[in-house]
Design a protein around this ligand. Structure first.
Ligand code: ADP
Ligand code: ZN
Ligand code: ZN
Length: 745
């Protein structure tokens, strides 16, 4: 008997081992096993297939051991892995590496997963209680502690007590307790406690839906009768989350599990509270700030007889072992952060979750106020159903949007700050009224460019071809591509001039400025730099919610789906920078970001206000934003996409080549493009130099494939794989790395 297993290695999809006799009736597809690899190494592998025979042309090794009594990966998961590997051109081993918590696939023989334990204390059951005082003798403190413990145990009819409780008793000290343990009167032992909080109780029923929400809910249920996937296009603060809660209830009532996907950890914070009040401990939270041991515990709980009925999480939660998935909610489905950038597999969690639902025969609801062009297109062509919700909850009007022309204001010397006079004035009024302010700036750090006024020297990363961002509080220059950090020179290293000026203001500078303008108010900042700790998001969101912060400044992580009830005004600083990426999606992204940021204003009590600061307000996208005209925007974008044959009219596959020698990557990319050209013809674009073409000491080149949707994925994959093989057998290009990014965003 043999087993094909998945190893956490990128070379081949499967590796064959023989199954020892004693393992034969225990091992199955999905089992976790430990196998030898190479000379001395052992890996944790997942059994993909059991088979009767294997080709004999090389020496097959034997599986070392079976890790668990039951499989840890189920059938649907393996199907999902296979699909990801197939569609995103990624080795199965990479998918396995991404899917399993690292402690479950530790490479040494002893599992790294350590359950959390608590120390307990009991009285030695072998001892006759009558003799105990004799053994303790004249140690009065020991006698006192022993008596107290004895009373608690007898009184509560329990066998043991936690060390923590003992430590709170009168006269306790470590040495007194140790004395009793040494005399073998007391014994200590460890009990596995688990990290998962299981005591949370629901405190309310779901809110009843209003007329519009109820109508939308009914339409969704109806849509699910004929379709697997439905898009809920509901304006910001229309109560989409409340509708999801009712859909979860519906799934629960039929005994089905729900996966609730969000694009950003910041969102899990608020939603956790909101969902726990209704669903209590039925809900498990899964994201990257949860430590690995806890993730392994969640995984095991999902395999147990009492799995979580609801999982709230970011993209990695699509990999959990669901037993009975009935509903997938993809909140803020338009968010591009659903796409994994690095490492492989570069999967899109929205599209993969739809596949996951398919394997479980579950329903998927996509929700957004600003749907992705892809999803909206899929409702137009009948692939998905659509339900629309145009009213904000509580009859509150959509925020009034105003655009301020900073180019004109600058020309007339009216811009004395990063904020326009109108925004400052409006902020004052709002703050005096006890309401709060959100300012949005899509660039972190203090300044994105440092420049010598004398010789125009600018600091650059030594490992990447990018300028460094200045972080003033830490007085450091950081590379936002590779995270390298450098000291800020006091004088220009090139000409010794002391006049180093900063350009391109980021959130840190905005914070400094706002603190100067509004000294009597508390200013908070939420960006990648302020949210590194485990509970950092929670703290900032909580402080803003409970009004300990009056003005909150942040990057795009602040624009997504957060629900604050008291925000009177939202300011979007330098909105043009959102539109100026040299990328065909930049307008879609900018439109979504601005509409979403605007959506944070005036959610509860009265109509909010939004001020957008733009130096180029004549761009057509602003017209659609001012009028909340999603359809108009959609139609204009689709016309452009069609004209240039961009998604959703074509499938884009980006192929990136990497090498430390520029000439090698240059020649290699020419050669690979020529190989691909033989099969794909003019669908091959490039090779070209990416905008940043040198990252972490590697030179990059990119080849783009722009393929018709009708072209078979299987065929595409075969052609690409064979070109890759030919490429790598060439001695010159053996070590040139190739990355694939299917449906690149
Ligand atoms: P969306 O997800 O569409 O942006 P939310 O679900 O966050 O909107 O709703 C906006 C606000 O209105 C929230 O504070 C929510 O609690 C409240 N809300 C929405 N629907 C209801 C309802 N049916 N009953 C009570 N409050 C509601
Ligand atoms: Zn200089
Ligand atoms: Zn760098």
């Amino acid at each position: 008997m043999y087993a094909d297993v998945i190893l956490p290695l990128p070379f081949s999809d499967l590796y064959t081992y023989s199954v020892p006799v004693e393992m034969r009736n225990k091992i199955t597809r999905g089992s976790r096993v430990i196998v030898p690899f190479g000379n001395r190494k052992y890996y944790t592998a997942i059994v993909y297939k059991i088979k009767e025979s294997a080709s004999n042309d090389f020496k097959i090794k034997e599986i070392h051991s079976l890790s668990d009594s039951k499989p840890v990966v189920n059938e649907q998961q393996l199907k999902l892995w296979e699909w990801i590997s197939f569609y995103y051109l990624s080795p199965l081993g990479d998918v396995y590496k991404t899917a399993l918590p690292s402690s479950m696939k530790s490479e040494d023989l002893k599992s790294k997963f350590k359950p959390k334990t608590e120390t307990y204390i009991r009285v030695n059951p072998e001892l006759d209680p009558v003799n105990i005082t004799g053994i303790i003798g004249r140690a009065a403190k020991q006698l006192s502690l022993y008596n107290q413990i004895e009373i608690i145990l007898t009184y509560n009819k329990i066998e043991h007590i936690s060390k923590k409780e003992v430590s709170e008793l009168e006269g306790y000290s470590v040495s007194v307790l140790n004395g009793l343990v040494k005399k073998d009167i007391l014994q200590t032992f460890e009990v596995e406690t688990g990290r998962l909080n299981t005591a949370i109780k629901p405190t309310r029923k779901p809110h009843p839906l209003n007329e519009f929400q109820q109508k939308a809910f009914n339409e969704i249920i109806n849509c699910f009768k004929s379709r697997h996937t439905c898009l809920l296009h509901g304006v910001t603060s229309s109560g989409k989350t409340e509708i999801y809660i009712h859909l979860i209830e519906e799934a629960l009532s039929t005994g089905k599990q729900t996966l609730y996907l969000v694009p950003e950890i910041a969102l899990t914070t608020q939603l956790t509270q909101r969902l726990q009040t209704v669903f209590g401990n039925k809900i498990g939270i899964y994201h990257s700030k949860i430590n690995d041991n806890e993730r392994a515990e969640i995984w095991n709980k999902m395999l147990s007889k009492e799995p979580y009925e609801i999982i709230l999480g970011v993209r990695s939660s699509i990999f959990l072992p669901y037993q009975n998935l009935g509903l997938v909610i993809i909140d803020e489905e338009h968010e591009m952060s659903y796409k994994q950038q690095e490492p492989s597999p570069r999967y899109h969690a929205r599209d993969t979750a739809i596949m996951l639902a398919h394997f479980y025969d579950a329903k998927t609801i996509l929700g957004s106020a600003t749907p992705s062009l892809e999803s909206y297109f899929n409702t137009r062509n009948g692939k998905y159903g659509i339900v629309t919700l145009l009213e904000r909850y509580g009859n509150i009007l959509m925020p009034e949007i105003q655009i301020e022309n900073t180019f004109e204001l600058r020309k007339r010397r009216k811009m004395k700050s990063l904020l326009t006079p109108l925004l400052i004035e409006q902020m004052k009024l709002i703050l005096e009224n006890g309401e709060q302010v959100i300012l949005f700036r899509n660039r972190r750090g203090y300044a994105s460019l440092v420049e010598c006024e004398h010789c125009a020297w600018t600091p650059k990363c030594k490992r990447c071809d990018v300028t460094l961002t200045y972080h003033k509080k830490r007085n450091r220059l950081n590379c936002h591509y590779c995270n390298a950090s450098y000291t800020m020179p006091a004088v220009c290293p090139s000409c010794n001039s002391e006049n180093l000026k900063t350009l391109g203001q980021g959130t840190e500078q905005l914070e400094e400025e706002v603190e100067r303008l509004f000294p009597e108010y508390i200013v908070g900042r939420m960006d990648l730099d302020t949210t590194r700790g485990k509970d950092a998001y929670e703290k900032i969101i909580d402080d803003f919610q409970s009004k300990r912060i009056h003005i909150l400044i942040g990057t795009q992580m602040l624009s997504k789906g957060l629900d604050f009830e008291n925000v009177g005004i939202v300011g979007i600083i330098s909105s043009d920078s959102l539109l100026n990426y040299p990328d065909f999606r930049s307008h879609e992204r900018g439109f979504q970001l601005m509409m979403q940021a605007a959506g944070r204003a005036g959610r509860k009590n009265r109509q909010g206000k939004v001020i957008i600061q733009s130096a180029d307000p004549d761009q057509p996208v602003y017209g659609y934003i001012l009028n909340y005209d999603y359809d108009g925007f959609f139609n204009s974008q689709m016309a452009e996409r069609k004209m240039f044959n961009y998604p959703p009219f074509s499938r884009l596959i980006s192929i990136v080549l990497k090498h430390k020698t520029e000439q090698k990557v240059e020649d290699g990319s020419e050669y690979l493009a020529a190989l691909l050209h033989q099969s794909f013809g003019d669908k091959v674009k490039g090779p070209s130099k990416p905008i940043v073409s040198f990252i972490q000491r590697y030179h990059l080149r990119e080849i783009l494939l722009k393929l018709d949707y009708s072209f078979s994925i299987k065929k595409t994959r075969e052609i690409i794989r064979s070109a890759e093989t030919i490429f790598h057998t060439k001695e010159d290009f053996k070590y040139v790395m190739i990355h694939f990014d299917v449906d690149k965003v």
